[in-house]
Design a binder for this molecule. Sequence first.
Ligand SMILES: Cc1cc2nc3c(=O)[nH]c(=O)nc-3n(C[C@H](O)[C@H](O)[C@H](O)COP(=O)(O)OP(=O)(O)OC[C@H]3O[C@@H](n4cnc5c(N)ncnc54)[C@H](O)[C@@H]3O)c2cc1C
Length: 534
Amino acid sequence: MSRRWNGWGEDGARAAVPGSAVELLRDRLGTGVPRPDAALATVAQAVPRGRLASHPLVSMEAAARVQVACGQGFPDLLALRSGRFAAFPDGVARPSSREEVRALLEFALRTGANVIPWGGGTSVAGQVRALPSDAPVLVLSLERMSGLLSFQPEARLATFGAGIAGRHLEAQLRARGCTLGHFPQSFELSTLGGWVATRSRGQQSLRYGRIEDLFAGGHLEAPAGALDLPPFPASSAGPDVREWILGSEGRLGILTEVIVRLAPLPEREIFPAFAFRDLERARACVRALVAHGLPLSMLRLSTPRETEVSLAAAGRPKGAGLLEPVLALRGIKLGGSALLVTAVTGRRAPVRSGARELGRVVREWGGVRVPGLGGAWARSRFRAPYLRDALWDLGYGVDTVETATTWDAHAALQAALEGALASALQPEDERTLVFSHLSHAYPTGANLYTTFVFRLAADPEATLARWRRLKDAASRAIVASGGTISHQHGVGMDHRLYLPGEKGPLAVEAMRKLAAVFDPSRVLNPGKLFEDRP
Ligand SMILES: Cc1cc2nc3c(=O)[nH]c(=O)nc-3n(C[C@H](O)[C@H](O)[C@H](O)COP(=O)(O)OP(=O)(O)OC[C@H]3O[C@@H](n4cnc5c(N)ncnc54)[C@H](O)[C@@H]3O)c2cc1C
């Protein structure tokens, strides 16, 4: 099966939008008008001749270049569906060893080409988007570097080729009784190297940690030389070089191998869910639970509007009707509740006692157990990107923005962000459906992940203008409310403008200088993460 070129998953994999969700969208936004899709063959015909010198590892075939021209952000999806791309890379190479990566870097340096490292191409902030450029652009895809290279059960370490996709990595580890425990929603297609280069967060980071906790070391090929990162359990030998690589978005070098820290497979995992009448009490409950030290691997709290939309998108799961009267006795309407989905993970006995304690704390804050919903969430946890494509087929665009802030500022940030998105399209008399959850809770604060749905316009340029209005309004609201411009999606092109404000000019200049040490000719992914000086 090959990968779908203009959407999520493998060719032919599709999700259907249940009638209940279509009804809700028509009611809130008006009827969507499906827009025509471009065919790959037609787009490929419009691809200009590749400007790269010839090289045995480089293909300049048009369709192959279209398939790596962008990632999965909204402007990317719009290009993929409409066929209107700002630029195409001039060629693509799929090396299968460190030596081939080095040879390709040397080729790029010799011939004045730029290089975009490419993992799974799932980044959503424009990190792998090809930009118009005077220099030819080579996409260097890591897809052939995807093996398990070493497994050290005693040290709880494994080394993989950086291009391995999440689902294959996890399958290899599970077969050996271990897990990485890193499950971003893009798990099926995103890769280990991409996770490190974008500072990815998995859904169960509460137990397993974020990628910065799991990334033990590896090997990087940079234009200026090679870098080995040994997997010390800890070191006080100066600044941690791994931190330079985390979030570097392909600007410092190409990770060819990544060493990860493993956890044993849990004996038991359950996903209890709870409904709350009051969002603020639910938020306070999450805060209390983080401080409690229970064996939790996830706390995911949806706002009432998100609960309503999720239930509609699930086609109202079986049993939801039976629950309504029980919840009504407690003054809770399931579709209008703040829904907390949790995961309790670990050895059998702590999971049993932890689940009991979890139930007790949640009850104190007014939550009521909703049987079945957490399990249903876990079974469909990777379905959303397929739904996004199906909604597009109906004429609706979907995108997300995400941030993080401290607990004291969380509710205000949510109100500002949702308000900005809800009103952004009013000047053109269009409505936006906006809903949020928090899914990564820390002792000091939490992330906020907000989805917005709107109608596609009659032509791609007008749709892009609509999205820009929404994205700008959301980004400005985040910055004004003291949130980070990204908790998990990175910077790329779409958040770059906000980086100096968040980090300060000195830090951005230091990033630029660091990149110049690794990549003096600035051939690696120019324009991404920070602005390049002429
Ligand atoms: C539907 C959907 C759901 C998502 N859910 C989540 C989520 O839950 N959590 C989350 O954190 N993110 C999520 N993302 C965002 C995305 O999946 C992550 O940013 C992911 O880490 C990107 O991995 P990738 O392999 O696809 O990287 P790519 O998109 O291929 O590349 C991303 C960046 O990393 C660089 N890069 C890639 N591989 C290497 C390498 N080997 N060496 C050096 N640089 C490299 C690229 O140049 C680029 O700058 C989601 C995206 C989608 C579309």
